[in-house]
Design a protein around this ligand. Structure first.
Ligand code: PMP
Length: 438
């Protein structure tokens, strides 16, 4: 394949270890991880904003942002400075002692969450998205007195026992009794024949048949990430909301991937759909890669946690707070959510043009810088093409572009770059995908 990228070499990015040695050591001593996604693994030793460098100094455009995490860009100077300054002052304190940053940042995050629901006021901090969803499940059960949760098929909510039970992808489920009351409703997946009316009806039926009729909560990623960027029609969430409320459930918006400006213009993905969540869970982009997760809810719902102890050793620590505070500063200052909307729709339009020409691009979907490209063997039969997705990842990597893949069949290309990418980067991204398809 013709290399269209300006492949730049960064001489400072040289690592002493060969990729083969690094891969062999990991294979021997680390439990299997989902990656490496490539036929020949990639080793990354340096990152600067939207670019990554391998051990040979080859430059890549990062089209995946460490799985939709590094929203500001790698090693963003203002974010690094905030972390470094806090680290040299005071690194770890448990929530047993007061530190000014915790309450201050919680108030700031609550102010941002009010954009989705003006009653949002109380935060809990964790280290990851899994813990955030796990804790949100506990809160919803405490508040409603009901153990039943409804999730969507194709959803991914995490890796704790609770959140694995809430994940609707066979590829991520293990042969172990999860022991939780979780029922799954159809996702509104227009490309695969589930329209919003059918999805709402299925939600109603799921609550009627697989729960006692009352539920603790309904979980939804506004646009799912791991499940292949399934993007609901505008009517689905508002109609589903009525069904959930009738069953006494809380609406939990899992914003681990869609939060922090990723879907464009707005901070939260759920704002794109006009539904007022009772709880928001978040992680990834909130720390720009520094480990943090959070749950935010209303004082009324949060009260259900009073009288029982809950604790997280690192949650709300000073460095976490400094990192997340810098994320909010930079997001505002650099208008990254606006950039995600502008560059995202520019890029999506280019990908749609490719879709019109290619026999293998079945669907292009998403919002902002959260775009999925579903690959099929044949546009009529819509047979998933996972082998083509692997090939696409290899070819685009060789040309200097890293993207992700997901979906139940592993046939959806995931384009979720740092929110600072430019239209020039988007041109390169689309051209590289088009070349690789060719
Ligand atoms: N929810 C969603 C929507 C996610 O995409 C993920 C991670 N891929 C999680 C929860 C779990 O987050 P973490 O890996 O930080 O535990």
């Amino acid at each position: 394949m013709k290399k269209i990228n300006v492949l730049e070499i960064d001489p400072a990015a040289n690592a002493s270890e060969s990729t083969e040695a690094v891969a062999a050591l990991r294979a021997k001593h680390v439990m299997p991880l989902p990656g490496p996604m490539y036929t020949k693994p990639v080793q990354i030793v340096k990152g600067r904003m939207q670019y990554l460098f391998d051990e040979k100094g080859k430059k890549y455009l990062d089209g995946f942002a460490g799985v939709a995490t590094v929203n500001l860009g790698h090693c963003h100077p203002q974010w690094m400075k905030a972390i470094q300054e806090q680290m040299s002052e005071y690194y770890h304190t448990p929530a047993l002692y007061l530190h000014p940053s915790l309450g201050k940042f919680a108030k700031r995050l609550a102010d941002v969450a009010k954009q989705a629901n003006p009653a949002m006021d109380v935060c809990f901090f964790t280290n990851s998205g899994s813990e955030a969803n796990d804790l949100a499940a506990l809160i919803a059960k405490n508040f409603t007195g009901s153990p039943d949760i409804v999730c969507l098929r194709h959803a991914y909510h995490g890796r704790t026992l609770m959140t694995m039970a809430m994940t609707g992808l066979s590829t991520w489920r293990h042969s172990t009794p999860y022991g939780q009351s979780v029922a799954f409703a159809e996702a509104n997946y227009p490309y695969r024949g589930v329209n919003w009316k059918q999805a709402v009806e299925d939600l109603r039926n799921t609550i009627r048949t697989a729960t006692p009729g009352k539920i603790a909560g309904f979980w939804a990623e506004p646009i799912n990430g791991v499940g292949g960027l399934i993007t609901p029609e505008p009517e689905y969430f508002p109609a589903a909301y009525e069904v959930v409320k009738k069953a006494g459930g809380l609406w939990v918006s899992d914003e681990v991937q869609t939060g922090v400006g990723r879907t464009g213009k707005r901070f939260w993905g759920i704002q794109q759909f006009g539904v007022k969540p009772d709880i928001i869970t978040m992680a990834k982009g909130l720390g720009n890669g520094y480990p943090i997760g959070a749950v935010i809810t209303t004082p009324e719902i949060a009260k259900s946690m009073h009288g029982k102890l809950h604790y997280n050793t690192y949650g709300g620590g000073p460095v976490q707070m400094a990192a997340a505070n810098a994320v909010l500063d930079v997001l505002e200052k650099e208008k990254l959510a606006d950039n995600a909307a502008e560059v995202g729709s520019y890029l999506k339009a280019k990908l749609e043009k490719i879709q019109a020409k290619s026999p293998n691009v079945g669907d292009v979907r998403g919002m902002g810088l959260m775009i999925g490209v579903e690959l099929v063997k044949d546009k009529k039969t819509k047979d998933p093409a996972p082998e083509l997705a692997v090939k696409m990842l290899d070819l685009t990597k060789d040309a200097g572009l890293l993207i992700g893949k997901g979906g139940l069949f592993g046939n959806v290309l995931r384009i979720q770059p740092p929110l600072c990418i430019t239209k020039k980067d988007a041109d390169f991204l689309a051209e590289t995908i088009e070349e690789a398809l060719g």
